[in-house]
Design a protein around this ligand. Sequence first.
Ligand code: SAM
Length: 448
Amino acid sequence: MKTKNVRELALDILLQIEKNQAYSNLLLNQKVNEANLNRKDIGLLTEIVYGTIQRKNTLDFYLEPFIKKQKKIETWVIVLLRLSCYQMVFLDRVPSHAVINEAVEIAKKQSHKGISGMVNGVLRNLQRNDLRNLDEVTNQEERLAIELSHPTWLIKRWLNQFGEEVTREMCQVNLKPPQVTVRVNQMKANVDEMLTILSEEGLEVERGDLSEDAIKVITGNVPNTKSFQDGFITIQDESSMLVSRALGPRPSEIVLDSCAAPGGKSTHIAEMMEGSGNVVSIDLHDHKVKLIGKAAERLKLENIETKAIDSRKLHEIYEKETFDRILIDAPCSGFGVIRRKPDIKWAKKEQDINNLASIQRKIIDAVAPLLKKGGTLVYSTCTLDKEENENIVEAFLNNSNEFTLDDTLMERMPEKLSDIVKNNKGMIQLLPHYFQTDGFFIACLKKK
Ligand SMILES: C[S@@+](CC[C@H](N)C(=O)[O-])C[C@H]1O[C@@H](n2cnc3c(N)ncnc32)[C@H](O)[C@@H]1O
């Protein structure tokens, strides 16, 4: 079989994502491994795939005048036009005529002459004409949705909850490539030692901005390092590291992680407990539970026990007041991680927020009785919407006289955070533009 070039691979990946058959990050990794590309091509492929998904609304706005007269255009042709338009408008390393020639060649391979002629015509028109002006769009929400390439319904919600300035900043951050960070396994080394070791392994690294265990990786492939393979580090975003800090586990405790896969926080908790006590890591899906086991094995952590169970049923399995601490890192809409998984913003629908909120509410109700008196419960999500965050916690508190918000939460958080984050006593909403991290919500509750 003839090997495919970067743009053909990009078309395959984008088409599968468009048909909702795959997640961008997983599919990209899989294709990169299969195609055996060099570093430069991996960079270009990543940039085209992510950029085209991120800017989809804007690209469609630019293309629309040139394709509106066409009868029915097949999805693959739209995707090919989009990825070509992305390169012509947003990348300056490839000249437009080369982008057009490549697109025409791909269209010829895939179909008959009429289609390649149409692709050629549309892209040449795009090249010859000035880009369409956004002022044509008078509705503020629709204009922002096109300019910042997010769905209009999401823009509306964010404008309501955060106002225009913050909405703009969050959307801008979502159009940038994500930062890679690693968490140092403090049982094996400290951050200073790891900065030296990782540099010696050829990575360009810096101390993290926010979390005390974090190192930023500027360049280099983390999974290929000996440090990663030997369990000295784990890939994790800095804001995600703060969740286990909020929980504050201590050696020898019994901790429940009720939505644990792939194990980023369970392994952090187990490290903070210095390998002692017991972390009970639950996830709904058996195949995902296996990932927690794999991570624990790599980190040589023996204090993690994994089980595939629906957390909404945990109260039927465990006795009341079994655990010293409980983490609910709930399934959520993921709008805090759009930089990492840009397809999320197109795949998720507004109704999903209500459905997720109902699951979140059931999980918190089911696991709260399992916490010992005086124990700590952390509810977290990697999303930004009130309905999945504050509203869940407030509704739970309104129904329970056993729990209160923990107003000592900020004492366990980095000092930098108190300057920026509005601390609603025991609740923190970390927005992605504050420190260029993932967006996270963390609420810390105490059982009386
Ligand atoms: C945000 S992710 C957890 C990430 C994890 N805490 C980490 O740090 O690596 C949410 C997880 O909840 C799981 N999940 C969804 N519904 C669940 C349920 N009813 N019971 C248990 N786990 C559930 C999903 O499979 C998903 O792995």
